[in-house]
Each structure stands twice: as C-alpha cells, then as structure tokens.
Write a protein that binds this ligand. Sequence first.
Ligand SMILES: [Zn+2]
Length: 381
Amino acid sequence: MKIYKAYKFRLYPNKEQQELINKTLGCTRFVYNTMLYEKEKLYKENKITKSKKECIKELPFLKQTYPWLMEVDVMALRTTIFDLETAFKNFYRTKHYPKYKDKYSKNSYRTNYIKNNYKNKIYENIKLDLINKTITLPKLKDIKIRGYRKTKEIKGRKINATISKEINRYYVSVLYEEDLEEKNIIPKTIVGIDLGVKDLVITSFGEKYENKKYINKYENKIKNLQKWLSKKEKGSKNYYKVKNKIKETYKKLKNARKYIIHKITKEIVNSNDLIITENLQTKKLIEKKKMSKYIADASLSEIIRQLEYKSKWQNKHFYQINTYYSSSQICSHCNAKNKEMKDLSKRKWTCSKCNNENDRDINAAINIMWEGLINNTKLFT
Ligand SMILES: [Zn+2]
C-alpha cells in the first residue's frame, strides 16, 4: 500500500528569492486565468472543450508573447494547467464553476520532482537537506528552512513541492510517497472516542482534551481587534493596519487549532491499536439543534480524518460506528437506558438502575468502545 505524507517547512528566502517566488505566483495565476479564459471562449464560440494536453502545447506560444513567463519555473506553469483541469473535473461533480484567481486567492504554486541520471551524476530539481536546513528548489537554488528539528531523514520518494505565501511568510510543503508494508496486528489496546464541544476529545480511559484553553486567547484578540476596527475610518491607513492584524490572528488561530488536533490524534494513535469513534452524521441525528452547530465545526471531522489516516500509517485499526446509537443515554456499567440524558446540560448523572455515577462524556466514550468491539470481533482471531 502506498501512503502520502506532506512535510511543511517555513521558508526563509532572501530578497532576490522572495521576488522570484512572488513573480512565480503571479505567473502561475496569469497562466491559469488565460487558459480559463481561452477555454471559455472556445466553448462559447464553437462548443468545443480544450484538453489539458492542448493547453500545455500552447504554453510555448504564450511564453513567446509574454517573455517574462520564461523567468520562472516551467514546471509550476504546467501544474497550474493540471489544477485548472482538476477544477473543471470538480465542477462536474460539485457544480462549483472554476473561478478566476486574483491576488486574494490561495497564494501557492506547485512544482513536480524530477530526478535525472546524467553521465553517472544524479540531478534532482528538489533537494532537501535536513542537516544544513536548506531546500533546493527549481530556479530558486538553496533556501534556508525551519521545521522538523529532530528529523534527520525522511523515508520515501519525493513527489512534489508546494511553495506558498501567507501574509509575507513563505512555506514549502514537500510531498513524499512511501510504501507501507501491511501487517495485520491483533489489537491489544482499545480506545473509544467521544467528540465534543468543550472537550474536543474524550477517551474511554477518561482522558479529556480541552478545546478552549488554547483557542480562547486568539478568539478574544480577534474580538478586540474587530471592536478597534469599527472605530477606525474606513479606508484609512490605520484601518488596513488593523484589518491585516485580524487576518494574521485568524491565521494564528487556525495554526493553533491544527497543532492541537495533530497532537491529540498522534497521542491517541501511538498508544492504541484499535481506535473507535462515533459517526458525526449519526451524532447529528441524535443530538440535533444544539450540537449541530459544533458538529459542523471542521475540527471534529478533521480529528476523524487524522485518526483514520494515522492509524493506516501505523497498521492500526480504525473503526467508525455507523449504527444509530445513543451512546450518552446508556449506562456503561449496566446497560440501562436513562432517557433524561437527552438533556445536554447534564454533565454528570447517577444511573437509576445501578446507581453508578457517570460522567456524561466518558460514559459515552466507553459505550462507543463496546459498540465498536462487538462489531470487530474478527480482529481478535
Ligand atoms: Zn447503570
């Protein structure tokens, strides 16, 4: 089985390199928009669609007309044409028509990895040096990087590199392909996971991973900045200053979220062989109204996504309960159903049958674990 892993580093380009990256971002945007326009025109006038191959064949002509395109990495220009093709493919599926890119669109370009063997000398267009902390990229040569401090070597084959700019910061994400040897392990450690609001993740072992602690700081800052912004004169220099600050804080919030989620999922997968979660779709059905707003929160589906692929990477088992199952209403000690637990404000309750003191979320996580176990008995043989 092949798996794909992306390693994202902060880039520290010098002035010249910054200029070239900015230029490449502009050029890929230009090629994308030009090809999109031409595709549209051809379709309007002659009802003909233009293929990816035909677009790529036109690239040299485009370069003749606009010689500045020659200054940048040609592979980046080609992959932007692939992206346009993908955008059209998605359009048939999702009905979102490909949009023209402007300065505010996602600012990134991708370049494919190439390895040549010439006169017994190996040539690579993307080279990652984790010891000296540099990356060699087409046209840009060596750039200083930061990230993955403890990693000395990355397993697998390089596929491509995506260079991005986020508010005057530059990043590179290198995608690797790895062959994974499939092993069938008999689970020795099993965990049930309940997903929530106050605590993002609650395990059947009783661990709770809090959400708000890390996030609040940034949310409050954004609120304050927005108040501040409303007092500034619209369009003034200070107005844009504050606006940029808000954008920056949102970015920090997003990164903090990402960091927490990665940390949680890593911990869970490292220490368990069988990971059982609930299904967000059925959770939505059971705990309607109040919860649905939070379930829509991308964090929860991201947790499930990460648990699933990280389990796969380690040959561990991941299972999502797909039955309609009211995990919070059943006492995990005696199986009695306590209907009053539909009330979401009740965090702790005493079972009417066995008198056991249950924590709402831990009890649910234990039930999820049992439900998953019943459905996976074959793993233990
Ligand atoms: Zn009970």
